[in-house]
Design a protein around this ligand. Structure first.
Ligand SMILES: NC(=O)c1ccc[n+]([C@@H]2O[C@H](COP(=O)([O-])OP(=O)(O)OC[C@H]3O[C@@H](n4cnc5c(N)ncnc54)[C@H](OP(=O)(O)O)[C@@H]3O)[C@@H](O)[C@H]2O)c1
Length: 282
């Protein structure tokens, strides 16, 4: 049985059905099964990783998809999984570790990778770059104002589709040959934010205004529109400052492992166009 942590998140929502389609038995973790919309073919387990009896939680699991926030939690998960007899851990990390970034989010992933490698079970590390799904942050301003605001100097980015991350995770969790491997995962092309907005506008079927704003204005918008705490905004910009130098770099891993090109941003935009058109009446 494969135990998926973060089963209701962006990656987990794509991973659970991919594993089930591959014929695996899946246990999916959530703190709130009433809210979670998890594929009914999976066994749903309710627990909070901060308070759960971890060894008991991993009882009966052969392989685990490790997605939690913070190095401390991930170390505890890796140790408990090892004690419960789990044979393979697949950890979701970030390309920032490959590039030696020193921002807090990336440092936490680097520490957690180390904990997973040292825990005892076989391991595979997946290091995706920025997700296409991050562009859901543009939903509110597109729906309300038909505009996208981005911080000045936002880099071109080889955004990756979460279904490609899920497909690689499925390979690592259901087939052999990925033990001890570390995979950097990106999309197949780097697009500027202006190009991304144009592609999304094309999918939605109307022009969308593209506005670059200074970092101070972008910070205010995150607090005002998204309700982010100041520390989270700081963490985001610290990561951004460092990742800007390499977000455009394309890795060929997805194509090599899956035997097909990575999913494109144009496909993502077509899949999600309806969500972006909901409010705007213009
Ligand atoms: N976004 C990017 O561009 C990007 C790029 C590279 C790497 N990453 C990494 O990807 C990871 C985020 O993945 P994601 O976007 O798929 O996640 P997400 O959408 O933020 O979802 C978080 C998941 O974690 C679960 N969770 C949170 N706290 C929990 C707790 N205390 N106990 C049990 N479960 C808990 C949530 O489950 P419930 O709420 O159902 O309990 C949910 O399934 C982060 O480590 C991030 O650094 C992101």
């Amino acid at each position: 049985m494969i135990f998926v942590l973060g089963a209701t998140g962006k990656v987990g929502r794509a991973l659970v059905p991919a594993l089930l389609d591959a014929g695996a038995a899946v246990r999916a973790l959530t703190r709130d099964p009433a809210k979670a919309r998890i594929d009914p073919r999976a066994e749903v387990v309710q627990a909070d990783l901060d308070t759960a009896n971890l060894p008991a939680l991993f009882d009966g699991a052969d392989r685990v998809f490790v997605l939690t926030q913070g190095a401390h939690r991930e170390s505890a998960v890796a140790e408990a999984a090892a004690r419960a007899g789990v044979t393979h851990l697949v950890k979701l990390s970030t390309t920032g570790v490959h590039f030696g970034q020193t921002d807090p989010i990336t440092r936490a992933h680097a520490e957690a990778e180390q904990a997973v490698r040292e825990a005892g079970p076989a391991w595979t590390i997946l290091r995706p770059g920025a997700f296409m799904d991050n562009r859901f942050a543009w939903l509110g301003s597109i729906r309300d104002e038909n505009a996208v605001y981005v911080p000045e100097g936002d880099p071109a980015s080889a955004l990756v589709h979460v279904r490609d991350i899920a497909a690689v995770a499925t390979l690592a969790l259901t087939t052999s040959g990925h033990e001890g491997a570390t995979y950097e995962l990106t999309g197949g092309e780097a697009l500027t934010t202006g190009q991304q907005v144009a592609i999304l506008a094309d999918a939605i079927g109307r022009p969308v205004e593209f506005v670059e704003e200074p970092e101070t204005a972008a910070r205010e918008r995150m607090v005002r529109r998204f309700g982010w705490p100041a520390a989270a905004v700081d963490g985001f910009f610290a990561l951004k400052r460092e990742s800007a130098a390499h977000e455009h770099i394309v890795f060929d891993t997805v194509g090599r492992l899956l035997g097909r090109p990575p999913l494109t941003f144009a496909k993502w935009a077509r899949e999600n166009a309806a969500a972006f058109t909901y409010h705007y009446g213009g």
